[in-house]
Design a binder for this molecule. Structure first.
Ligand code: APR
Ligand code: ZN
Length: 241
């Protein structure tokens, strides 16, 4: 049986599907990923991008943090639209077959495609808050508050994203582990599975139908019942829903 037919059969047989994804889900929407050869982390900057996107760099080099964050993380999402991968996952949820999308992405494209139960392990550029009074700001409001956004109370407005050196949100962790441990089919796509603790959540899957859809090989391929090395939007676009 060819891989798409096998994926179709798994999906037809399942009713508690969980999708776990990363930056590779958004590349077909025009947003670069991090570790592919043309990804963000292979570009030359004064500092290593993973240093820039860290808690200590945010505190000690706030202006340079926001310059990189706005230019390389926020700006590329401004004109991005959900691609077929996002819309197919939203359809599977609407059909009652998919229980959760768990994403490492912060671009909000799953919600834009209509997905409702989206667990954002690394937060979202669309949620911002004042570090002094807690006031919440949308992305548009934050962008309107200058290069280093400040609240009317004088506090610094920061994105609700998980920077390196910062913990993930406990509630999101609990929900993600619960969803994965009760999934009958776990589809992993568009992620190098190199960042922890996110990648480690896959170990809570108790079923025997792990599917990995990724351009490059991953460390979980050997545990997968099915691996498809292809573009996830193109692959999911071939499904009959
Ligand atoms: N279809 C399928 N796979 C794709 C596609 C595509 N269209 N485009 C890229 N890929 C694959 C790449 O081969 C790569 O293995 O997606 C993966 C993307 O991996 P990364 O760039 O490492 O992104 P991700 O796994 O999401 O990174 C995890 O690292 O820096 C942190 O917080 C950041 O959330 C991010 C985390
Ligand atoms: Zn404030």
């Amino acid at each position: 049986m060819d891989t798409i037919a096998q994926l179709q059969q798994y999906i037809d047989q399942s009713s508690r599907i969980v999708f776990f994804g990363g930056a590779g889900v958004s590349t077909e929407s025009g947003i670069k990923d991090f570790r592919s050869v043309d990804g963000l982390y292979h570009m030359k900057y004064k500092y290593n991008p993973e240093t820039i996107l860290s808690h200590s760099f945010f505190l000690n080099h706030t202006e340079e943090f926001f310059e990189f964050y706005m230019d390389k993380i926020v700006q590329p999402t401004q004109n991005a639209a959900p691609n077929t991968a996002h819309t197919v996952l939203a359809q599977l949820e609407a059909q009652g077959k998919l229980s959760a999308v768990i994403t490492q992405n912060i671009d909000g494209l799953h919600q834009m495609a209509g997905s409702r139960n989206v667990l954002e392990l690394h937060g979202s550029i669309h949620r911002n808050y004042c570090m002094k009074c807690g006031a919440k700001y949308s992305l548009a409001e934050t962008l309107a508050h200058g290069d280093i956004p400040h609240c009317k109370c004088g506090g610094l407005i920061r994105p609700d994203v998980v920077l390196y050196e910062e913990p993930l949100n406990d509630t999101i962790i609990t929900k993600a582990i619960h969803a994965i441990s009760s999934a009958d089919l776990l589809i992993v796509g568009g992620t190098s599975l190199t960042v922890y603790p996110a990648a480690g959540f896959l170990d809570f899957y108790q079923g025997n139908k792990l599917v990995v859809i990724n351009l490059d090989n991953t460390s979980y391929d050997s545990k997968a019942a099915l691996t498809i090395n292809g573009k996830i939007g193109e692959v999911l676009g071939q499904l009959a829903l």
